[in-house]
Ligand binder design. Structure first.
Ligand code: IVH
Length: 700
């Protein structure tokens, strides 16, 4: 039907105008009035024609075009918000020893003398969902969920319904900042949760497992009237993007938050040293049961903000804070059966099917048994009575078997050596360096194994990967079973491959007209994707979000990455060495990357995908630092910062810190008593600077 090239431009433009108008009217009828005026086939034909025209005349793709607005406003529901300052997580401590170690790390990093105490600010760790609230000139303008930490969802309108959230900041001691993002935890009180569940039950609606789920379900509602009816609250405890910070200490900022009109947790307090911090933990733990909201630990933050700033972050967690979690909750139940699950990498994981039991308010009916050795070590048999535990969001685990209660007919579990899904051999690989058998048994079937294929697809569409609305684990299973989506690229050809697809999907249970159209819109929206998300979605072994970002950052584009690891690359040895030279990439990761990109089948998948998608080149953060990409060596004794701090700071600014001087070194920072490295740098003509000059270069 592609006659466009032959038609006069004016005629095509007129057709575009006409179609846009028609589709807009139909959309309104369909989405807002729930009263479609034309049948789907006609609508789809017009919509496709509009897309064709826009492909030929890209200047017609305006934000107002139905091709843009349908996918955006309707399918996504919530827009995306990129966090200017990422929303990170916290490292965990499980006892006083961990806390003391944390203090030790802080001291060493800052180079503090033993005479100087470190004060901590202790805050209950609220078990809810974190949100970021942006205020401009004191007015609430945007609210977002945490999402994957880099990008969350726009829930501004939902957050407006919270009582604890001031629409305008009230005057306090400090003047109102130009820009300030308050961060905190949205939660539901126990009593509101119980009342909500009682109501839900009466209405025959879904009851929530715990206050956290209830809060999450209530906050992410497209209809904000529902959010408003569910009493949600907020404790403010942190901040993101900020033009000024109102205070010198964590405690002062929280006092300012109170003056602005936020709720700050009343149990939060300053502890003058680690001894006091440990006391604070005990006191809060004692109070836990009497509180009307769930907490799952105590967060300790270095109180001084200048120290927080110097300590900065390592990976996804701050060096200046730690969460001391409460011990896991336990319960006793029986093992009814042991089943094997096959994961995305072919790992066979034994799962205990349990007599359902409530552990800390959540009903548990499965527990992971990890692997064969674990079952043997704990001697877990079918029929056994076991103690299980659940800590936070972690999958429940079996702690021990109560041997006194073992029935005569308990059965030992024979770990299969054949994959229960595809029948291929399942083996425990030998580690090439240590010669030891891997604890995990893996199916050797690769992509012929349905379990692996399905799990990879689920990973591909998961929230931190492609995040396609309306295409979750359930839909992937359905589509896979029907043969519609067997590999990632099929997702993007779902519509084009089969003219009757729309009707076929609609025939499936749970899919209405609107759902299918929304699904196609959501898929289209993801045809453009960030490079790091794309790499993560591929499900390469050992490549989590952090490593995916590292690869994206270091190779810049998918093309470059594929080229470097293609069989035709002229210097494969160098490609591998360069990969290993990336800070944070070790042997296992490097091997996995090399193997993945050199595998023909994977290269075909990548080729197919790149025809359907536009994978964006990696965008370096806009405030590029003057030392980004430079190699720096520190030598001699540093006086203004400790070695660890200098290294962390340099790396945080995108520089590579090396231990030895070579022709590739850009800067040598020489402290007192610098020796051979200084000589070598001078002989190689490397720029040598003092510590102060270095600090001036990086802006303090
Ligand atoms: S501070 C950079 N303080 O715990 C650190 N987090 O594991 C920012 N949370 O995502 C977090 N209570 O959802 C902080 N008093 C508290 C908290 C708290 C609960 C949650 C928050 C965060 C998670 C980190």
């Amino acid at each position: 039907m592609n006659d466009l090239a032959k038609l006069p431009e004016e005629q095509v433009r007129a057709e575009h105008r006409r179609l846009s108008e028609t589709l807009k009217t139909q959309n309104k009828a369909y989405y807002q009035e729930d009263a479609p005026e034309v049948d789907d086939a006609l609508y789809d034909r017009d919509f496709r024609r509009l897309k064709e025209i826009e492909a030929a005349y890209p200047d017609l793709v305006t934000p107002a075009s139905p091709t843009q607005t349908i996918g955006a406003a309707v399918t996504k529901g919530f827009g995306k918000v990129r966090h200017k300052v990422p929303m990170l997580s916290l490292d965990n401590a499980f006892g006083s020893d961990d806390l003391r170690e944390f203090e030790g790390r802080v001291r060493r990093f800052l180079g503090l003398p033993s005479t100087e105490d470190v004060s901590f600010f202790a805050e209950p760790k609220i078990d809810g969902l974190s949100a970021s609230l942006r205020y401009e000139k004191g007015v609430f303008v945007q609210g977002a969920t945490r999402g994957d930490g880099q990008e969350g969802e726009d829930i501004t309108e939902n957050l407006r319904t919270l009582q604890d959230l001031p629409m305008e900041l009230q005057k306090g001691e400090y003047s109102i900042p130009e820009v300030f993002e308050v961060r905190g935890e949205v939660y539901m009180s126990m009593s509101d949760f119980q009342a909500l569940n009682a109501n839900q039950e009466k209405a025959g609606a879904k009851v929530f497992a715990n206050p956290r789920n209830a809060a999450a379900g209530s906050l992410r509602q497209l209809d904000t009237r529902i959010t408003a009816s569910r009493k949600l609250r907020l404790f403010a405890y942190a901040w993101g993007d900020a033009s000024v910070i109102p205070g010198q200490n964590q405690s002062e900022v929280l006092t300012q938050f109170k003056q602005w009109g936020f709720s700050v947790n009343p149990l939060s307090r300053v502890c003058l040293n680690m001894g006091e911090a440990i006391d604070a933990y005990r006191k809060i733990e004692e109070l836990r049961a009497s509180l009307d909201y769930d907490i799952d630990g105590v967060v300790f933050k270095v109180n001084r903000l200048d120290w927080q700033q110097r300590l900065a972050f390592v990976g996804r967690t701050p060096r200046w804070a730690i969460a001391h979690k409460f011990p896991a909750e336990k319960a006793t139940t029986t093992v009814q059966d042991i089943e094997i699950q096959v994961g995305r990498t072919g790992a066979l994981t034994p799962v205990a099917r349990l007599e359902p039991v409530s552990v800390g308010g959540v009903v548990v009916s499965n527990a992971t048994l990890h692997n064969q050795e674990e079952i043997e070590r704990k001697d877990i048999r079918i029929g056994d009575t076991v103690v299980i535990q659940r800590a936070g969001d972690v999958i429940p685990q079996v702690v021990e078997v109560i041997l006194d209660k073992r029935p005569h007919d308990s059965t030992v579990f024979n770990f299969p050596v054949i994959c229960p899904v595809c029948g291929s051999h399942a083996v425990r690989e030998k580690n090439p360096t240590t010669g030891k058998e891997d604890v995990v048994r893996r199916c050797t079937g690769g992509l012929i194994c349905d379990a692996q294929a399905v799990e990879r697809l689920k990973h591909f569409v998961s929230r931190t990967a492609f995040d396609i609305d309306g295409l979750g684990a359930k839909q992937i299973e359905l589509f896979y079973k029907r043969g519609w989506v067997l590999s990632p690229v099929d997702i993007f050809k779902l519509e084009e491959n089969d003219k009757n697809r729309l009707q076929k999907i609609k025939n499936l249970e749970g899919f209405g007209d609107k759902a299918v159209r929304n699904l196609f819109g959501a898929i289209d929206q993801r045809r453009t994707i960030e490079m790091d998300r794309f790499i993560f979605a591929l499900g390469i072994r050992h490549i989590g979000q952090g490593n995916a970002r590292l690869l994206a950052k270091n190779y810049g584009s998918l093309g470059k990455l594929m080229e470097t690891f293609s069989p035709d690359y002229p210097e494969p040895g160098k490609a591998y060495v360069d990969l290993l030279a990336i800070d944070g990439i070790g042997d296992a990761v490097a091997d996995a990357v090399k193997e993945f990109f050199s595998e023909t089948r994977n290269r075909e998948i990548l080729q197919d995908l790149s025809e359907q998608l536009s994978v964006q080149d990696f965008e370096a953060p806009s405030d590029e630092s003057p030392v980004s990409g430079k190699t720096v060596v520190f030598t001699g004794s540093l006086e203004l910062m400790t070695r660890a701090e200098s290294k962390a700071k340099a790396e945080g600014l995108g520089a590579k810190v090396s231990g030895s001087v070579s022709a590739k070194t850009d800067y040598l920072v020489a402290g007192a008593k610098a020796g051979s490295k200084l000589k070598k740098a001078e002989s190689l003509g490397v720029t040598v600077m003092t510590e102060q000059e270095w600090l001036d270069l990086i802006g303090g």
